[in-house]
Design a protein around this ligand. Structure first.
Ligand SMILES: O=C1O[C@H]([C@@H](O)CO)C(O)=C1O
Length: 574
């Protein structure tokens, strides 16, 4: 009997082991393999001919469409001829693969022209994410796309819809990345200015009759700048996944005559709420549900308008096309004007309205181990206009932190600790402060592994009178709980009492409104080195960011493919 049981037990165990080997790939999802080639090509997304960076000939690049648990492999060939590159997978936490976060100078060396770099990571959660260049100001040239991760088979979402669509909103300049970067680092400072166009899914419309436009450069009849048409079948409900990858602009997005129900933000289900226009900041994603329930005999305008800056950029327009009307038939109405650019109230109100879906509440730790207050200021350092956090403006080192920290190359970046706050009592956030002590640093914040960290982003006046801007801050490698927004100066005694610790939404990008503050909480539980920065391309370039390190000792050896630059040369590529 014992023998019988024993042999059967052995068989059973052997079966289990075999079974687990067989089923592991199924449980962990499929492998999705992409071969991408990045190139500079002349494109006319807004009718004006300009060099754009394409992936496999397109900007926005191909979408990654996957299921939760899938492994994504992107073999990326850099055919930019004379330019380095790196791609960041925005919103993907890179658990156990921090070296594939794609942040040049932080997690990897740049990919050299002619080289192919292989990114390999797991998309561990369903939702709407993005990818984009993270080298210099390259994103501005059009190197971006969307990532859609669906639920495993048999699981369903807390809302229903008939069709699923994705669009990317971006802004477009006729100046190059290099003109912009050189201007921003010049003395005197040359600001990038407002974008020439707003693009909806890579299409916009610049007015070719604008005085001073060289003949032949702008062609209003070029099919490349035919407005994007989102074709809908009457009575059907659409899930529209909207991602913003603007270089600068905060946008208000709307579809004439249609309400939108917000159901997802940065990969998290939202307690649904209805809006007429959606405010969306660079680096954010939302899913909205739209029912095609209006008069089906015509088309409607889709519009994206710049808010928060006094911009002269025309609204980006696309067509909400009711089948079977022609997708190029203009709606019979004038496009909606959109909200006033300087009305911050509805933008605060939308931020506060975003709460976690009742059925998916994942409450934050009720206390934190460390609080870092980050005062955001614009100031002058050695004649350059810079952005600073607590009077320290960020400089990327030449050797990526991840490699420096793992291989003890500590001479490659500043070792002095960064300030945890600012002179609260004496700093007037409403005036133009001189910030005479502002400095630059490549130092980092070291976070104790598995601790809870609060970050308070405090906005202030810029160097212009009565001006404070909106900054969308993005955290790599984590989602955070958005525990509070406020106006004026954050009071560390009073304001935490009003934190939402019950049903805050989790996000990876969040706005800091003019003269306001935003409070975030996150767990430092993802071993790696992670950038946290303003998602405005020029602002990060001007120093508006920091870097966190946590649990680096838990990582095994780094792939050699991320090495080759700065002081990593001795560590050699394969
Ligand atoms: O960083 C910036 O610089 C300009 C302006 O403040 C200085 O010209 C601007 O609008 C920014 O957002």
């Amino acid at each position: 009997m014992v023998e019988f049981l024993g042999s059967n037990l052995m068989k059973f165990l052997a079966y289990c082991i075999l079974f687990s080997f067989v089923t592991v790939p199924l449980v962990e999802g499929r492998v999705r393999h992409y071969n991408w080639e990045m190139k500079y090509e002349f494109k006319s997304p807004d009718c004006y001919k300009k060099l754009a960076i394409t992936i496999n000939g397109r900007s926005p690049g191909p979408s990654i469409i996957a299921q939760q648990g899938d492994t994504i492999i992107v073999e990326l060939k850099n055919s930019l001829l004379t330019e380095n590159a790196a791609i960041h997978w925005h919103g993907i936490r890179q658990i156990r693969t921090p070296w594939f976060d794609g942040t040049e100078g932080v997690t990897q060396c740049p990919i050299l022209p002619g080289d192919t770099f292989v990114y390999k990571f797991v998309v561990d959660r369903p939702g709407t994410y993005l990818y984009h260049a993270h080298y210099g100001m390259q994103r501005e040239a059009g190197l971006y796309g969307s990532i859609r991760v669906s639920l495993p088979d048999g699981e369903s979402e807390p809302f229903s819809y008939d069709y699923d669509r994705s669009i990317i909103l971006s802004d477009w300049y006729h100046t190059s990345t290099y003109e912009q970067a050189a201007g921003l680092s010049s003395i005197p400072f040359v600001w990038v200015g407002e974008p020439h166009s707003i693009l909806i899914q890579g299409k916009g419309r610049f007015n070719c009759s604008t005085p001073g436009i060289e003949a032949g450069l702008c062609n209003a009849t070029n099919p490349e700048c035919t407005p994007y048409a989102l074709t809908v079948i009457p009575r059907k409900t659409y899930r529209l996944r909207i991602g913003s990858l603007t270089s600068l602009s905060a946008l208000s997005f709307e579809i004439e005559g249609h309400n939108m129900t917000v159901v997802e933000a940065d990969g998290h289900y939202v307690e649904p709420f209805v809006v007429q226009n959606l405010f969306i900041y660079s680096g954010e994603t939302y899913s909205v549900l739209i029912k095609a329930d209006q008069d089906p005999s015509r088309n409607y305008w889709t519009s994206a308008k710049v808010v928060s800056r006094n911009s002269n950029t025309p609204n980006g327009l696309a067509i909400f096309n009711y089948y079977p009307n022609h997708p190029r038939r203009n709606p019979p109405t004038v496009p909606p004007p959109g909200p006033r650019w300087n009305d911050t109230e509805p933008r605060f109100a939308q931020s506060i309205a975003i709460k976690s879906h009742q059925g998916y509440i994942h409450p934050p730790p009720q206390t934190s181990d460390r609080v870092i207050v980050m005062l955001n200021t614009q100031n002058r350092i050695n004649g350059n206009v810079r952005w600073s956090i607590n009077n320290v403006s960020f400089n990327l080192p030449h050797t990526p932190y991840l490699i420096s920290l793992k291989h003890n190359l500590l001479h490659t970046f500043d070792q002095s600790p960064l300030p945890e706050g600012y002179d609260f009592a004496n700093y007037d956030i409403y005036s133009i402060a001189k910030n005479v002590n502002a400095t630059t640093s490549s130092g980092i914040y070291k976070l104790k592994f598995n601790t809870t960290v609060d970050i308070i982003l405090q906005n202030a006046n810029t160097m212009n009178l009565n001006n404070s801007e909106t900054h969308p801050w993005h955290l790599h490698g984590h989602d955070f709980w958005v525990v509070g927004y406020g106006k004026g100066k954050f009071d560390k005694f009073k304001d935490p009492k009003n934190y939402n610790l019950v049903n805050p939404i989790m996000k990876n990008t969040v706005p800091v409104h003019p003269y306001g503050w935003t409070a975030l909480r996150f767990r430092a539980d993802n071993p790696g080195v992670w950038a946290f920065h303003c998602h405005i391309e020029s602002h990060f370039f001007m120093g508006m960011g920091v870097v966190f390190e946590e649990g680096i000792e838990k990582l095994g050896s780094l792939p050699t493919s991320i090495m080759g630059c700065g002081d990593t040369k001795g560590l050699h590529r394969p």
